[in-house]
Design a protein around this ligand. Structure first.
Ligand code: HEC
Length: 165
């Protein structure tokens, strides 16, 4: 009976989906252990100041600071990693000559963008390598409304997850 077989196929697919989802969840937890939120102080003040210099020479001619702050920043980058923002900027900017800056200059600009969004400076600079940058997670900027708190009052609220060192 064809519909019977289809039913079994669906059950198998669902079961497989659950197994895969379960495995992915476990991996997320393991990866989260090494993650650091930007709000924990992931760049130094000196690095942000260097980034500001790069921004003034290489970005300001096309971008106002407001393009990197407030809701624009949050919608584009919260829940992503420092690597994600670095990678977009490095591969696409400056728009008239992408990839033309030093790798370190791109990382410094990311530090500057974080500082514009009121994340506190810390004792060390952003990691210079891709893997290290991937572990730096962009959480909601300090003092801003939590993204989760914007959900409808009677809707499902995702539990606020805070990563600690
Ligand atoms: C010559 C002009 C120009 C310069 C210089 C420039 N940009 Fe851009 N940038 C643009 C344009 C135009 C866009 C929109 C591109 C698009 O949406 O496809 C953009 C988009 C962006 C975005 C959003 C990309 C995304 O996909 O969300 C970021 C972030 C950014 N620029 C950062 C920078 C930084 C940092 C610098 C300096 C290192 C810089 N830009 C220099 C013109 C420029």
């Amino acid at each position: 009976m064809a519909s019977h077989r289809v039913f079994h196929g669906v059950v198998r697919t669902l079961a497989l989906g659950l197994v895969i989802a379960g495995t992915a969840g476990a991996q997320d937890t393991a990866a989260a252990a090494a993650e650091r939120p930007v709000s924990s102080g992931v760049f130094s003040q000196q690095q942000a100041t260097r980034g500001e210099g790069t921004y003034q020479t290489s970005c300001q001619s096309c971008h106002a600071k407001t393009e990197y702050t407030g809701d624009k920043f949050k919608v584009a980058w919260v829940s992503k990693s420092a690597f994600d923002i670095f990678d977009v900027i490095r591969s696409q900017m400056p728009e008239d000559n992408p990839g033309s800056l030093e790798r370190q200059q791109y990382i410094d600009v990311v530090a500057y963008i974080f500082s514009l969004n009121a994340y506190p400076a810390g004792g060390a600079e952003l990691p210079a390598d891709d893997e290290g940058l991937k572990k730096v997670k962009i959480d909601s900027p300090p003092g801003s409304l939590d993204v989760a708190s914007r959900a409808p009052a009677n809707g499902f609220l995702h539990p606020r997850v805070t990563f600690r060192k």
